[in-house]
Design a protein around this ligand. Structure first.
Ligand SMILES: [Zn+2]
Length: 321
């Protein structure tokens, strides 16, 4: 892991269910519900309140990012964490790239001193961003809690014959579950020491959440769990002493462009790790930081377009770099 923080992107979104949402707690509750909605007791009261665990959000967004990449950026050859774990019939037809965690762990066995920069450099774009079993990743998700002052509703449903793991119809066993049908959650995503194309990946995910294309929780193939995202805040921040480096306000600067050659090379960062903004908000000093806020919706959309274009270009040339 790079020992210093040179840039960071923060996104805050409101997530609302547009379909009933089921993120089940692992254990039946005292009221006899087999699949109760997961609760947090962060306020210290007994009732608890529903929330969206950051790990659940990270999981679905990772899968979505993999799918987007395989479709729109096949040259980047993102890995498949489930390759080799499916049953035979599915596996035989799969043309996939082995999981970076598995591939790099084997290598790690040969050389226990493998450094994190090597693991980063040799990981696929998705593992560089989301992490793997050998690398922590650059993207962090907080748990999403209810927004203050917004109503929420949990309803009890009969779940007849859905198997909780496979999702297949089974047993005609009747059990009760809880779905969340109304609520507004504040989700936060942070990307540290980003490369320019990683903002494009983040932009694609934000756009697909805005377009209601991402579902979370149980039963997503049967019409549960679709979310509507609204971006509330998007900030890009730099921690680079102004004396040592001028920053062009009209560009977004990836980590590679903010380091010296000797620091950059071990990670495989590019020296031209930056892209031009068609609409650039002012960069404002905040103590030792410089922050560029994409608050205006039109400006944010232009930013998403610029970032996605950069991602696309980088993915097309991934294996060459
Ligand atoms: Zn990978």
């Amino acid at each position: 892991m790079l020992r210093k923080l040179v840039n960071q992107a923060d996104v805050e979104m409101t997530l609302r269910p547009v379909e009933p949402l089921l993120i089940a707690s692992g254990v039946p509750n005292a009221a006899g519900i087999d699949l109760p909605f997961v609760l947090t007791y962060r306020r210290g009261d007994d009732a608890g309140e529903p929330y969206l665990p950051g790990s659940s959000l990270k999981g679905v967004l990772r899968s979505h990012a993999e799918r987007i990449s395989r479709t729109m950026a096949p040259k980047a050859r993102v890995c498949d964490p489930h390759l080799g774990t499916r049953n035979g019939a599915q596996e035989a037809s799969a043309i996939g790239v082995p999981f970076c965690g598995k591939r790099l762990r084997a290598r790690k066995g040969e050389d226990r001193r493998q450094e994190s920069h090597d693991l980063y450099r040799e990981s696929c774009p998705i593992c560089r961003t989301f992490g793997s079993t050998v690398y922590r990743g650059r993207l962090a998700f907080g748990d999403a809690y209810l927004r203050d002052g917004e109503a929420h509703r949990i309803e009890r449903r009969d779940g007849v014959g859905i198997d909780r793991f496979s999702g297949g119809a089974s047993h005609q066993v009747k059990f009760e579950l809880e779905v969340l049908t109304q609520g507004a959650f504040r989700a936060r995503v942070r990307l540290e020491n980003f490369e320019d194309w990683q903002l494009g990946l983040l932009a694609l995910l934000c756009r697909d959440l805005e377009d209601e294309m991402i579902s979370v929780g149980h039963g997503t193939t049967r019409g549960l769990g679709r979310l509507k995202g609204t971006v509330e805040r998007l900030d890009v921040m730099y921690i680079v002493p102004p004396k040592t480096r001028q920053l062009d306000d009209a560009r977004v600067h990836g980590v590679g462009s903010l380091l010296e050659e000797g620091e950059r090379r071990p990670y495989g960062f590019m020296s031209d790790d930056h892209f031009r903004l068609n609409r650039a908000p002012a960069v404002k000093p905040q103590g030792v930081r410089r922050v560029q806020s994409f608050a205006d919706e039109e400006v944010r959309r232009a930013f998403f377009d610029d970032a996605v274009a950069r991602w696309s270009e980088r993915m097309d040339n991934w294996m060459k770099s």
